[in-house]
Design a protein around this ligand. Structure first.
Ligand SMILES: N[C@@H](CCC(=O)N[C@@H](CS)C(=O)NCC(=O)O)C(=O)O
Length: 154
């Protein structure tokens, strides 16, 4: 069994991650999830509380967000040589973040219903707020902020 699991749906942004996984060339297990069904099951919400694909679990660590997954895989498998050397990453980061942020926002339908809502990377805004707050407060801080304070405050 591979220690790399890929959660996706063939009609999703997961195809970008699949391409990346193929370029990496390591074995991985694929789990296909259905829209509005297995994608919203408790078992999968424990992996990605947004109930969205793609996601990967590698050695017990979860990574979601297409851009984050691609960067993570490039770093985790340096032998595939898919990321520039750290000192040469200015353009690399610039265009990855530009594409996954403003470009994607400009081309996805936004706050409609049904399929339009599913396609919008942010999902429903109240749900997004809730998930984001949970992620911030449940993560133990390893070091104080530059101001020497614990964030979030106890
Ligand atoms: N920002 C996320 C977007 C993820 C996303 O919205 N995925 C869609 C498929 S392309 C999804 O899973 N929709 C299901 C839903 O919202 O119920 C990313 O880059 O991975």
């Amino acid at each position: 069994m591979s220690d790399l699991t890929f959660y996706t749906n063939p009609q999703s942004r997961g195809q970008t991650v699949r391409w990346m996984l193929e370029e990496i060339g390591q074995p991985y297990e694929t789990r296909i999830l259905g829209y509005g069904t297995t994608m919203k099951d408790e078992a999968y919400l424990a992996v990605n509380p947004m109930g969205k694909v793609p996601a990967i679990v590698h050695g017990g660590k979860v990574v979601t967000e297409v851009a984050a997954i691609c960067c993570y895989l490039a770093d985790a498998f340096p032998e595939a040589a898919l990321a520039p050397d750290p000192q040469d990453r200015a353009e690399y980061y610039r265009w990855i973040f530009f594409t996954s942020g403003p470009v994607e926002a400009a081309f996805t339908p936004g706050r409609g219903a049904g399929n339009a809502r599913r396609a919008a990377g942010h999902g429903r805004v109240p749900q997004l707020r809730h998930r984001h707050e949970n992620a911030q407060t449940s993560r133990p801080r390893k070091r104080p902020t530059s101001a020497g304070k614990q964030f979030p405050p106890p």
